[in-house]
Design a protein around this ligand. Structure first.
Ligand SMILES: Cc1cc2nc3c(=O)[nH]c(=O)nc-3n(C[C@H](O)[C@H](O)[C@H](O)COP(=O)(O)OP(=O)(O)OC[C@H]3O[C@@H](n4cnc5c(N)ncnc54)[C@H](O)[C@@H]3O)c2cc1C
Length: 578
C-alpha cells in the first residue's frame, strides 16, 4: 500500500532532496535467481515462438485458446501472486521481465495478461481480507478464470472520482444493490472475477455523503449484463478484447466489499499506481521488437548503392530507439526494485515510467515506420501494426496529460507541505486527480537527505551525477517559485505543471541510467561498460538540454498566447459544430 508518509525518491526531488539510498545501488537479481529466471524465460519464449503469430492475431482480432492455456500452465496469470494462493511468487522485477517477453511477441496478448494481473486482481491482493484472497486469488492465479478491473464509465474516464455507478444498502440490510455502467473493460466479456467501483452513501460528520467503494463481483452473478464487445473494432491491440458492463440491481454481499465502504477511490488509485509498471515493461518489450524490425529493414534495404542504415538520418533513428529503450528499461527496473524493497512510496515513479515508456514506444514505432518508407505503411510488414499497437499506451491507466499533472502536483504537494502555509489549500484539488493526501508533517530536507548525492560512481559517470545534482536544484527552484507565485491556483497552471513533470521524468531517467551503468562497472571490466557510458552520456546531454529549456520556460513563456489561440480556435467554431 502506498501512502505519502513513506519515503519517495521523486517526490523528494521537488524539495531539492536527493534520497540516493533509495536508488543506489541499482537493483540486481539476488544470487541464483538469474539462472532460475533464464530457464523460465527460455521455456516461455519457446512457447511464445511456437504459438504467437501477432499478425494473424491482429487480423483475426482474437487469441487462440491454446495460447491462454499455455500461459496458464506456465503460471503467467499468477506471476506475482504469493505461492500460498497458487501463484508463482515472483518479484515485481521478475514479473516485469515476463510482461516484456510477452509484449515482444504481441501487444494485445500483453494487454490481456496485464488487465488480469496488473489491475484485475491487484486490489484483492492489496486490500482483500484473508478470506477474500483465498476465495478469488487461487482461481485467478491458476488461470481458471480471467479477471477485470472495471472503473471507466461513459461520462467519467479520467475523472474517476465522480463515477456514477451507485450501490445502496439492500432493503433487508444484507449487502448492497449495485446499478451502473462501465465501458472498455479488458477481459470483461469472459471474466469470472471483476473488481469494480461505485458511489455509496457513507456517513461523514453525522450526514450521508457519496464516496467510492470497491467491490469484487463474480462474472456469473445475476444482475450483470455484458453489452458491446470491442475486439477488432479499434485501432490496435486488436487481439485483446474490451467490453461494456451493465450492473442492474446486482446484489452484492458485504463480504464482496474490498477494504472499507467509502475507501474505493484509494483502492483504485493504488491498483493503478502499481499497474503502470506492467504497462512500462510492456512498452519496453514492444520497443525492443520494433528495434529488431527496424535494424533488420535498415541493414537489408539498399538505396543509392548502400544499405540505408549507413545514412545518418536513418542510423540516427536506430540510435534514438536504442537509447530511449535503454532509458525506459532502466527506469522500469529501478522502480521494480523500489516496489520489491517495500515501505517506499512509488506512485510517482510508476507514473513517470508509464509516461516515458509509452511515449518512447510511440516514437520508436513512428521512427521504425519511417525507416521502412512506403513498405512501412503497408499491412504486409509489421511496422503499421506496431504504430497502431503503441498508441493506446498513452491513453489507458491514466492518460499522459493527467499523469503529468499528477506527477507535478504530487511533487508540489510534498514541497507545499515543506512550505506548510499553503499545503492545506492544495489538498482538495490534488485529491481529485488521485494523489493520496496523508501528510507527513516534517521537514523533508532534514529528515531524509541532502541536495548532494552521497554515492561514489565510476569516473566516466561522475560528470553526469554532478549534472543530476545541478538539475535537481532547477526542479526545486522552479517548483518553489511556481507555488509561491500561484499558491492554490497552481493546479490551473497546466503548461507549467507539465514542465515540472518533464523535468522530473528526465531526472528520474538520468539517475536510473547512471545507477544501471554503475552496476555494470561494479560487476564487469571497464570495456564492457563502454557502450553503456555512451548511452548515459547521450541521455545526460539530451535530458539536460530539455531541463534547461523547461527551466527557462518556467520563468518566461508564451502560455497566455497559447491559451488565446486555443480560445480563438474554439470561438471560431461556436455554433458551427454540433
Ligand atoms: C483499449 C482500451 C482498454 C481499456 N481498458 C480499461 C480497463 O480494463 N478498465 C478500465 O476501467 N478502463 C479501461 N479503459 C479506459 C481508459 O482507462 C480511459 O480511456 C482513460 O482513463 C481515459 O478516459 P477517457 O477515454 O474517458 O478520456 P477523458 O477522460 O474524457 O479524456 C479525454 C482527453 O482529455 C484529457 N483530459 C481529461 N482530463 C484532463 C485534465 N484534468 N487535464 C488535462 N487533460 C485532461 C485526457 O488526457 C484526454 O486527452 C480502456 C480504454 C481503452 C481505449
Amino acid at each position: 500500500m502506498v501512502t505519502a508518509e513513506l519515503p519517495s525518491f521523486c517526490k523528494s526531488l521537488f524539495s531539492g532532496v536527493i534520497a540516493d539510498d533509495l536508488v543506489f545501488p541499482y537493483p540486481t537479481p539476488p544470487p541464483g535467481e538469474s539462472e532460475m529466471m533464464a530457464a523460465y524465460l527460455d521455456d516461455l519464449s519457446r512457447f511464445l515462438d511456437a504459438k504467437v503469430d501477432a499478425a494473424t492475431f491482429d487480423r483475426e482480432a482474437a487469441i487462440p485458446e491454446d495460447v491462454l492455456e499455455g500461459l496458464a500452465e506456465r503460471g503467467v496469470f499468477g506471476l506475482w501472486v504469493p505461492t500460498e494462493y497458487d501463484g508463482l511468487g515472483f518479484s515485481q522485477a521478475q514479473t516485469a521481465r515476463v510482461m516484456e517477453r510477452i509484449a515482444e511477441r504481441d501487444a494485445g496478448l500483453a494487454v490481456v495478461v496485464a488487465s488480469h494481473l496488473s489491475i484485475g486482481i491487484k486490489g484483492i491482493h492489496l486490500y482483500g481480507t484473508e478470506e477474500q484472497r483465498r476465495r478469488w486469488l487461487p482461481q485467478c492465479a491458476r488461470g481458471d478464470t480471467l479477471a477485470s478491473f472495471a472503473l471507466t464509465e461513459p461520462e467519467h474516464g479520467s475523472d474517476a472520482a465522480h463515477i456514477e455507478s451507485r450501490a445502496e444498502r439492500a432493503p433487508d440490510g444484507t449487502g448492497w444493490v449495485l446499478d451502473g455502467h462501465k465501458i472498455w473493460i479488458g477481459n470483461a466479456h469472459r471474466a469470472g472475477v471483476i473488481t469494480t467501483f461505485a458511489q455509496t452513501p457513507v456517513e461523514k460528520g453525522g450526514r450521508a455523503v457519496d464516496r467510492v467503494t470497491a467491490f469484487v463481483i463474480e462474472g456469473d452473478q445475476d444482475g450483470i449484463e455484458i453489452g458491446r464487445i470491442w475486439a477488432g473494432e479499434k485501432l490496435g491491440i486488436r487481439s485483446s478484447t474490451q467490453a461494456e458492463i451493465f450492473f442492474r440491481g446486482l446484489r452484492v454481499p458485504d463480504d464482496q466489499v474490498l477494504d472499507l465502504p467509502g475507501h474505493g477511490f484509494k483502492v483504485a488509485m493504488n491498483v493503478l499506481n502499481g499497474g503502470r509498471l506492467g504497462l512500462a515493461a510492456s512498452a519496453v518489450g514492444g520497443a525492443r521488437t520494433i528495434l529488431d524490425h527496424a535494424v533488420d529493414f535498415a541493414t537489408n534495404r539498399r538505396q543509392f548503392g548502400r544499405p540505408i542504415v549507413e545514412f545518418d538520418l536513418v542510423g540516427g533513428k536506430i540510435a534514438r530507439i536504442q537509447l530511449e529503450t535503454y532509458v525506459a528499461e532502466a527506469m522500469t527496473y529501478l522502480t521494480a526494485g523500489l516496489i520489491d524493497r517495500g515501505g517506499i512510496d512509488y506512485s510517482l515513479e510508476t507514473a513517470i515510467c508509464k509516461v516515458y515508456a509509452s511515449e518512447m514506444a510511440w516514437r520508436a514505432a513512428d521512427d521504425a515506420l519511417q525507416i521502412a518508407g512506403g513498405r512501412g505503411y503497408m499491412r504486409d510488414r509489421p511496422f503499421e501494426r506496431h504504430l497502431r499497437d503503441a498508441r493506446i499506451l498513452r491513453i489507458f491507466e491514466g492518460t499522459n496529460e493527467v499523469l503529468r499533472a499528477f506527477i507535478a502536483l504530487a511533487g508540489i504537494e510534498r514541497l507545499a507541505d515543506y512550505l506548510e502555509s499553503i499545503g492545506q489549500a492544495l489538498r482538495e484539488p490534488i485529491k481529485d486527480i488521485g494523489v493520496l493526501t496523508e501528510f507527513a508533517f516534517h521537514r523533508i530536507r532534514d529528515a531524509i537527505g541532502s541536495r548532494q548525492a552521497g554515492v561514489e560512481v565510476a569516473e566516466p559517470l561522475a560528470g553526469c551525477l554532478r549534472q543530476f545534482e545541478r538539475f535537481t536544484g532547477f526542479l526545486h527552484e522552479g517548483a518553489e517559485a511556481l507555488v509561491r507565485t500561484h499558491r492554490e491556483e497552481v493546479v490551473n497552471e497546466q503548461f507549467q505543471l507539465a514542465r515540472l513533470a518533464d523535468m522530473a521524468i528526465d531526472l528520474y531517467g538520468l539517475i536510473a541510467v547512471i545507477g544501471r551503468a554503475q552496476a555494470v562497472f561494479a560487476r564487469e571490466a571497464a570495456e564492457r561498460a563502454e557502450p553503456e557510458i555512451d548511452l548515459v552520456r547521450q541521455f545526460c546531454r539530451e535530458a539536460g538540454a530539455r531541463i534547461e529549456q523547461n527551466r527557462s520556460l518556467l520563468v518566461e513563456n508564451r502560455d497566455a498566447r497559447l491559451r488565446r489561440i486555443a480560445a480563438h480556435a474554439v470561438a471560431e467554431r461556436e455554433g458551427v459544430l454540433g
